[in-house]
Design a protein around this ligand. Structure first.
Ligand code: ADP
Ligand code: MG
Length: 254
């Protein structure tokens, strides 16, 4: 799905989004006027140095934080303007989050953790359970339903977090360095899983990563620096750009 998704209808349209943080008398501008369109079914990687504003962008897109200025049209509705109860409902139904650390609740089983957003979303318990079992099966954990997070490996914990993020069948999955805490092999498995879920269910995914090699496999790569989007191209092109930048850096080295 991902490969031809840029021709698909627009799911999210961001216009002139800025974000400032004020600490005492100082104001730090972290997003400097972002314009961005995400199409349905797209698989997009975000790369950029630490501090570039990647997490802030994801938080604003996911309504965990509000932008200072600008609009975020999601299916043509400006979510920045939604009153808090509708905003909470929108977030629960339309957005899935995966973070670097899984944030699973330690005293609950994998199944109960995945059911949580569905229970909050008032999905009837039986349906919530069925959906959660299906999601855990989809991420290859049908045999780990009753395990608690402490009884799962790092990769399994992150797969539970992905199942939890997808149980409400959101239109957009936002992932902030979802494999930043995993070893290479496990991280490859989790990425393969995300690509498969994109292919099979058409979920739009925006994935922040430090892993350039991984980013280069995405159909679309967005590059951020100092609160700006400074690049928006295919993974193959980004790969060439990064190779050229590395050669230039090597040539300049003494
Ligand atoms: N809640 C906050 N209050 C003040 N400054 C923040 C806050 N969140 C992030 N920042 C600052 O915004 C900048 C961008 O942060 P972030 O979006 O986390 O970057 P990235 O994810 O690309 O590493 C950093 O300089 C960071 O210190
Ligand atoms: Mg970050």
């Amino acid at each position: 799905m991902g490969r031809s998704a840029s021709a698909a209808p627009v799911l999210v349209r961001v216009r002139g989004m800025t974000k400032e943080f004020t600490q005492g008398t100082r104001t730090l501008r972290v997003l400097e006027g972002i314009d961005l369109e995400l199409h349905r079914g797209e698989m997009v990687a975000i790369i950029g140095a630490s501090g570039a504003g990647k997490s802030t962008l994801l938080h604003c897109l996911g309504t965990l934080d509000l932008p200072t200025e600008g609009e975020i049209l999601f299916d043509d509705v400006d979510i920045v303007q939604l009153p808090p109860p509708q905003l909470a409902r929108f977030r629960n139904e339309s957005i899935g989050f995966v973070f670097q650390f899984h944030h699973l609740l330690p005293e609950f089983t994998a199944l109960e953790n995945v059911m949580m957003p569905a229970m909050i979303g008032r999905v009837p318990q039986r349906e919530a359970k069925e959906r959660s079992e299906e999601m855990l099966e989809a991420v290859g954990l049908a045999h780990r339903l009753r395990h608690r997070p402490g009884e799962l490996s790092g990769g399994e914990q992150q797969r539970v977090a992905i199942a939890r993020a997808l149980v409400m069948r959101p239109k957009l999955l936002l992932a902030d360095e979802p494999t930043g805490n995993l070893d290479t092999r496990t991280s490859d498995e989790v990425h393969a899983l995300m690509f498969r879920l994109n292919e099979e269910h058409g979920i739009t995914m925006l994935v922040v990563t430090h892993n350039l090699e991984l980013a280069h496999t995405f159909p679309r790569v967005i590059r951020m620096a100092d609160g700006h989007l400074i690049g928006d191209t295919t993974g193959a092109r980004a790969k060439e750009d990064d190779a050229r930048a590395r050669e230039a850096a090597d040539a300049a080295a003494p």
